[in-house]
Design a protein around this ligand. Structure first.
Ligand SMILES: Nc1ncnc2c1ncn2[C@@H]1O[C@H](COP(=O)(O)OP(=O)(O)O)[C@@H](O)[C@H]1O
Ligand SMILES: [Mg+2]
Length: 261
């Protein structure tokens, strides 16, 4: 970026990475789900991960949130190594996520589910509990769940269940938000609502890593794209350039060619 280069010349340090992954590999037996991926996420931007089914996107997110062990490589969040800490530890440091398959408690209300996100930071004192409730109300409002607080998620559409998960993640006021196909199962309007919300959160400085299949939506929503195929990064950079990259075109068209063969 030109502005960053000018700032560097003026003596300002370049933006430090919120998260760095170096040479990360996750193998399941003989399956190299992720194999030698290095990424750096700088603050306040939306990063996207593109790639055909089975290319390792969800496994990369699992690695970044410590839900699967690394076969090799290292992870750093906010300048600290974390490749051996427990998932709840990295969550408590400010990494929130949503899952490709919604993981919420079907028997609890929308409010209670979202409150699980706000509770993590020791709600012992009354003032803290009150602040936590306020974070829940704000998250519910922002995800379009106002009026549905007393519903149970299983009474809601799949799109609304996804909103509950996103609300729970943002109620924790994370530094980094990782989203695995957050708009799957949503209609066009709902998807626009969610990408609008992610854009607003970026405006407030929240760093995000987003997985989605819709290439056009990713180009519009993201500041930077990573493209994966067979567990490896095949392109990394400005969104328009990444989707035009021959290896990315080949990964998508190759798949489609086989699927239609
Ligand atoms: N827990 C697991 N055990 C064995 N293989 C897995 C596991 N999770 C993912 N895989 C395999 O790793 C590869 C990448 O999967 P995944 O990360 O889910 O891809 P994507 O999210 O890009 O569709 C696939 O071949 C998948 O079958
Ligand atoms: Mg996936």
């Amino acid at each position: 970026m030109a502005s960053a280069a000018i700032e560097d010349a003026a003596g300002t340090a370049p933006a430090k990475s919120v998260l760095r992954a170096d040479d990360v590999a996750v193998h399941f037996g003989g399956v190299k789900a992720v194999d030698g991926v290095s990424i750096a996420l700088t603050p306040g931007r939306i990063f996207g991960v593109l790639g055909p089914n089975g290319s390792g996107k969800s496994t990369l997110l699992a690695a970044l949130t410590r839900l699967v062990p690394l076969t090799r490589g290292s992870l750093e969040f906010d300048g600290r190594r974390y490749d051996t800490v427990r998932p709840h530890t990295i969550a408590a440091r400010g990494v929130a996520r949503t899952f490709q398959t919604v993981r919420i408690l079907p028997g609890r209300t929308v409010f209670d589910n979202v409150a699980l996100g706000a509770e993590s930071a020791g709600a012992a004192r009354k003032a803290e509990r009150s602040r936590a409730r306020q974070r829940v109300r704000v998250a519910i409002e922002r995800t379009g769940l106002a009026g549905k607080e007393r519903h149970r998620p299983d009474e809601l559409s799949y799109g609304y269940q996804r909103r509950v998960e996103i609300a729970r993640a943002i109620a924790s006021e994370p530094t980094l938000l990782l989203l695995d196909e957050p708009t799957a199962g949503m209609n066009r309007q709902e998807r626009d609502d969610i990408t609008g919300l992610l854009g607003d959160l970026r405006g407030e400085g929240l760093t995000q890593l987003l997985i989605e299949h819709d290439v056009q939506m990713m180009v519009e929503a993201c500041d930077h794209l990573f493209a994966m195929n067979f567990g490896e990064l095949i392109a990394d950079g400005e969104p328009e350039a990444v989707v035009r990259h021959p290896a990315v075109q080949e990964a998508y068209l190759g798949k489609q060619g086989r699927a239609h063969a």
